[in-house]
Design a protein around this ligand. Structure first.
Ligand code: HEM
Length: 124
């Protein structure tokens, strides 16, 4: 139905768990991106991105309850994000998005958002 959120349309939290888990498997092996992540263990970063995306797409607002306003540009300011970092981030995300095997319209919607969001976080 018209009122269904994207979160509902992709089947809820499981799709986001798979997306973000696959993404961070790529980041863990990436020599450009991995050093940007301050924590030894990527579990916390994985959880924050998962909660954020779930909230953004109409699922539970756990992210906001725990972290407050996302302020993503400010929260990325400590990390140098140039075109190479953006491209690497999007490359792992593309692989993760495709692994979900979503219907074409939903995949395009998710991917277009991620490209736009990554572009907006360039700071170098
Ligand atoms: C946090 C890198 C794009 C959402 C982080 C962190 C790094 C990082 C190093 C800190 C990890 C941590 O939470 O411990 C990057 C790079 C990007 C990128 C290199 C390339 C453009 C994005 C995009 C989104 C996003 C496009 C949203 C669609 C987040 C969120 C957090 C985060 C929600 C946690 C914020 C918090 O502290 O609550 N990112 N990021 N990032 N990133 Fe990104």
């Amino acid at each position: 139905p018209e009122s269904m959120s994207f979160y509902d349309a992709v089947g809820g939290s499981e799709a986001f768990e798979r997306l973000v888990h696959r993404f961070y498997q790529g980041v863990a092996e990436d020599p450009l991106l991995r050093p940007l992540y301050p924590e030894e263990d990527l579990t916390g970063a994985e959880e924050r991105l998962r909660m954020f995306l779930i909230q953004y797409w109409g699922g539970p607002n756990t992210y906001g309850q725990r972290r407050g306003h996302p302020r993503l540009r400010m929260r990325h300011a400590p990390f140098v994000i140039g075109e190479a970092e953006r491209d690497a981030w999007l490359r792992h995300m593309k692989d993760a998005v495709e692994s979900l095997e979503l219907p074409e319209d939903l995949e395009a919607k998710l991917w277009n958002y991620l490209v736009y969001a990554a572009q907006s976080l360039l700071n170098a």
